[in-house]
Write a protein that binds this ligand. Sequence first.
Ligand code: ZN
Length: 348
Amino acid sequence: MATLRVAPKPEAAKMKAAQIAKPGAEFEIDERPIPEPGTGEVRIKVQACGICHSDVLVKDGLIPWIQYPRIPGHEVAGVIDEVGEGVAAWKKGQRAGVGWHGGHDNTCRECRRGDFINCRNVKISGLSYDGGYQQYMVAPVEALVAIPDGLSDADAAPLLDAGVTTYNALRNSGAMPGDLVAVQGIGGLGHLGVQFANKFGYNVAAIGRGPENAVLAKKMGAHAYIDSQATNAAQELQKLGGARVIIATAPSSKAMSALVDGLGPNGKLMVIGATFDPIEVTPAQLIFGNKTLQGWASGTPAATEDALNFCALTGVRPMIETYPLEKAAEAYARMLSGNAQFRVVLTM
Ligand SMILES: [Zn+2]
């Protein structure tokens, strides 16, 4: 009997991706076809992707609507290598990144008001769809951020989330040049916060636990360093006149609560370090002196471009440790350890 020979279909080109197969699973390096961009989407050849603490949401399955397998990553820097139908404003060969804000619908009430970050159908990169822990990623144009020439991919990656979050929180905090602005926590967010606060012209007080980070904080632009283990940080801020703004980056509600009394008149505690236990503050603490407690989440792609351009212009840079994509599990563990100086970045 003759064998029927069928010409094999040309095999799609493959790429490597670090995926989470199911909630709580370890990272596995998967070979899969390079994805094609659909209408209104581009494909990015990923060069670098930051590892953010919020990737734990994907790794540990903390959000019920995430579909698995899922490739995390929302600090993605690379080059557009294919554009889908209907994409006119972005070109092949153009440097582009994707941050936390993964897209919006342009039709809901908030979008119609231009408040894209609060879109009712907002998408989150690496949660709603596969993110940057892979060699090629598809993203909708609403999520794209142009990367200026002055920034390397590995430096741009953490700025796409950690960077824009601190930059945007500070520039919307109401602090004016010369005001006392305290940055609580000298870590992944805080080391950027200190640099931005200095470049914005604030009188910058960095607050860290222990003396270790004093030299580094001053090198980053802090005018004063407050050791919250050796002193009462709120009292130290009052000695400096009381903070106009405290930007709370270290995810410790207890540490944040302890700082409220460090605020000066009209002072604001701006919270960007995400935790799930309560901040404690009495109404009286807020009422006398007209104090404010506010949260801030990331930024739109347009705000992120502002942040990246500001960094290119002023020399603000993240401190990073890089790992190859294949070592995603090791890199993630390093991030989780809290010992990284300060952001962990995968390179492709
Ligand atoms: Zn919307």
